[in-house]
Design a protein around this ligand. Structure first.
Ligand SMILES: Nc1ncnc2c1ncn2[C@@H]1O[C@H](COP(=O)(O)OP(=O)(O)OP(=O)(O)O)[C@@H](O)[C@H]1O
Ligand SMILES: [Mg+2]
Length: 492
């Protein structure tokens, strides 16, 4: 188990996206604010300059006229221009004044400044370098202003300077408004961005969660019932993940089936081995008293009164039945080893059909055999294979109705020698189908069957590396044996 805080994929995605959105909002907002502030200042400067440019020629004219004596000095003409500048509605003019070439004030918006000499750097620069100058400055009584100096110059000759200070209050107000709008917009962008990313994160993580839930429900018992979300149609990573998951489930199912099969086989083999040992011992012990009983009955039969003979024959039947079971069990105990020989398939089939005809004589059924296999050499334990075929034929005959058809067919298919035993009996109930190959499983009543035949047959066929299967429905039952055609070495 891991200690500490651990974040899910969705939380990580949300964290990164929130940071990203916040960073984008701040960067974009900051950039926009700076850019727009610069524009506002540029606009202010352009407006100021335009105003100074337009008013400069008449001011120069007025100074010239005064110098030439065309108009009276101090006639108030320059004051009119200053007034005109101060009254400008577009710019909030804080002060305006005109100086002569020595910086002496000729007209000022504040009449107390009249006659003073200005030697500040801005005025000096405008007078000496004949250039427009402007910069922001802090005026204690007003606050921030944009300070401008325009040289009054005609044909390269300077007549003084025009100085105007414009309040930045309006610009600041606009900037403040803009900042509010930007913050509002950024917050909106942040919120919408987060909502969008949340939805995207949810859309991405939900299939993963559903898949992981489906995965957590996987265990041995639920393999077939694991609910699979329908993401297979998706062509993205989620679709691929689901596909891999389904494939993994299929592999697990197959592995589980194989495991179950192997487990059943193992248990069956163990059961067989145990029973085999037990049977060998018991059979040996039973055989001796049985032989004594048979011989005694043989002698008794000749000597008892005729009315008692029927009882003797009942005894004989019982003893024969016990002998048959003991024989079968002894065979079963010896089923663990094979005596393999090369046998021509035709010869094997002929013998099997011959035994069958004899064995089925006591049944009222029709027997048919048909050999459709091309002649080949089989590597089999002939005796045990005959025993298997006989078991199947006896079962078929037992199950058949009166006059029913019992068939024995041989053919080659997919590299295997196939033997099919077919009958028209009532078939095997679906519930019994799983169990008929189990040792001692029988449906025959009253000790008619011992339930050994199919168990022995299956064991023998598997020792030949073959399979025995059964298809059954009422009136149509077929047991099929497949023995692979292979070399002697393969049997180990
Ligand atoms: N052809 C068949 N049609 C219907 N049921 C069958 C057929 N073959 C086998 N079975 C069923 O399978 C069971 C097991 O068969 P199995 O041969 O192992 O034992 P059995 O025939 O009952 O006894 P025995 O050991 O004497 O052969 C039978 O009891 C029967 O119910
Ligand atoms: Mg049988």
């Amino acid at each position: 188990m891991r200690n500490g805080i651990s974040f899910g994929l969705k939380a990580k995605f949300m964290l990164v996206s929130t940071l990203l959105v916040a960073l984008t909002s701040i960067t974009w907002g900051g950039w926009f604010y700076l850019n727009e502030s610069e524009h506002l200042m540029e606009r202010l400067e352009a407006n100021g300059r335009l105003m100074l440019d337009s008013i400069q020629p008449p001011i120069i004219d007025a100074i010239l006229y005064e110098r030439l004596g065309v108009i009276e000095e101090n006639a108030g003409l320059l004051d009119n221009f200053i007034e005109q500048i101060v009254e400008n509605r577009e710019l909030q003019v804080v002060y305006a004044f005109i100086t002569d070439t020595h910086g002496k004030v000729l007209a000022h918006s504040d009449y107390r400044e009249f006659g003073k000499t200005y030697r500040d750097p801005l005025t000096a620069a405008a007078l000496t370098r004949n250039q427009f100058y402007g910069h922001t400055a802090l005026l204690p009584s007003v606050g921030e202003i944009y300070d401008m100096a325009m040289p009054l110059q005609v044909a390269g000759k300077s007549w003084g300077a025009l100085r105007v200070g414009v309040s930045l209050a309006r610009v600041e107000k606009e900037k403040e408004l803009m900042a509010r709008e930007i913050i509002l917009f950024s917050v909106l962008f942040f919120l919408i961005g987060n909502v969008v990313f949340y939805v995207v994160g949810l859309t991405m993580s939900r299939p993963l969660l559903t898949l992981s839930q489906a995965m957590s429900e996987v265990n041995h018992h639920s393999l077939d019932a694991v609910p699979l979300p329908a993401y297979m149609h998706r062509h993205d990573e989620i679709g691929k993940l689901q596909q891999s998951f389904s494939e993994m489930l299929e592999r697990l199912k197959k592995a589980e089936q194989e495991r179950q099969g192997a487990l059943t086989r193992l248990m069956q083999n163990e059961k067989m081995a145990t029973v085999g040992k037990l049977v060998a011992g018991v059979a040996h012990e039973i055989n001796n008293p049985l032989m004594v009983m048979s011989t005694s009955l043989f002698h008794l039969e000749k000597k008892v009164q005729p009315e008692l003979v029927k009882y003797i024959s009942h005894h004989k039947e019982g003893v024969q039945r016990i002998e048959s079971i003991v024989r079968q069990l002894t065979d079963f105990s010896r089923a663990g080893t094979l005596d393999l020989q090369r046998v021509a398939s035709d010869q094997f089939f002929q013998e099997a059909a011959g035994f069958a005809t004899l064995a089925l004589k006591k049944f009222e059924v029709r027997f048919q055999s048909s050999n459709n296999a091309d002649a080949t050499l089989l590597l089999i334990d002939k005796g045990k294979m005959h025993q298997v075929v006989l078991n199947l034929l006896l079962n078929a005959a037992n199950a058949s109705p009166l006059g029913g058809l019992v068939q024995l067919l041989a053919y080659l298919e997919d590299g295997s020698y196939c033997l099919a035993v077919h009958d028209q009996g009532g078939g095997i109930a679906p519930g019994d189908k799983e169990r008929i190959f189990e040792l001692f499983y029988t449906t025959k009543p009253g000790g008619d069957g011992s339930g050994i035949g199919l168990a022995i047959s299956k064991s023998i066929i598997e020792m030949h590396k073959g399979v025995i299967t059964c298809e059954s429905r009422p009136g149509d039952t077929t047991f099929l044996i497949r023995i692979p055609l292979q070399k002697e070495a393969d049997h180990g």
